[in-house]
Design a protein around this ligand. Sequence first.
Ligand code: 1CP
Length: 348
Amino acid sequence: MTSPLDSPLDSALVRAARRQPVTHTPVWFMRQAGRSLPEYRKVREGVGMLESCRRPDLVTEITLQPVRRHGVDAAIFFSDIVVPLAAVGVDLDIVAGVGPVVAEPFRTRADLDRLPELTPDLVPDITESVQLLVAELGATPLIGFAGAPFTLASYLVEGGPSKNHENTKALMYGDPGLWHDLCARLAQISGAFLDVQAAAGASVVQLFDSWVGNLPRADYETYVQPHSRVALAAVAKHGTPTIHFGVGTGELLPAMGAAGADVVGVDYRVSLTDALARIGDGYAVQGNLDPALLFAPWPALEARVRAIVEEGRAAPGHIFNLGHGVLPTTDPDVITRVVELVHEVGAR
Ligand code: 1CP
């Protein structure tokens, strides 16, 4: 919705993140790349997930697919939160239908030796992919991202996806010294991954702390927030706006904002109105349609989209999104229709 000569820094997405006036409510979808698109499944045929994240030809094609198809206001860089861990040498794989699996889970101080610093020379392909994308995207902003220290630690310590995070919590509460050292390493890796993307031209970055909603606020502030603050601060020198998102984080929203975010991501369990009352007007908000509503009959979905856009008008900045990622069986045409509706009712 901008002319090709415009800069992504003048886009509705970047302006909303900076709490500046916008021409319309910007919209993108977490996990818009991959997942539900047939054109994604086609280019991924016979290529492993981790390999596809390291090939600039595939990364650029997959990142652009949802922009072409849906007309969203931003591209999200096609990668995964474990890509920087693999880049520093952690033995892991992304197993289809499972997610990230770590060969030897992290449990002791000796394991820290397997987590060296991330330096840009370890990820030249990421710089190349971002540069190619920024050139292709013109006025459409590219969102870079990384996993936050807590969520990365949960995969390393559990060895893979986990419901209860019991080993992670046992380490955190049982050996706080080791926990803080582990998270300090992860904050460096996460921050450096964001920095590489911002330096190569990403206009916004999002820090995903997907599983941190499993902690009470006081523990979040003690064990997690200082490390997430370091990761987010890594892009301050570029002036890049930051989005901070987690699932089930209703109790943590003010603390996640205070970690140094410009935009607080809100999942679908808390209304934007309640979220704004909790965080105050010092932040923009992103969210928060329930991904399952994309399966509901159009009148029910339409009413909810309109209500969220309306609630968002009271925010100092609102980026329309889901409350978590697109579910794999979502009908892509429904996503396109939601984008059109947000642009129609979100026009200023
Ligand atoms: O083979 C495949 O196609 C694997 C599926 C897949 C894809 C397409 C995985 C495995 N990751 C991705 C890409 C991805 N991952 C993106 C880029 C695309 C986009 O957003 O449009 C992003 C932003 C991520 C981030 C990610 N990976 C998160 C944070 C976001 C969230 O959903 O909370 C997390 C937690 C992961 C881990 C992960 N990677 C893949 C899976 C299936 C999972 C989750 C596993 C679990 O439940 O713990």
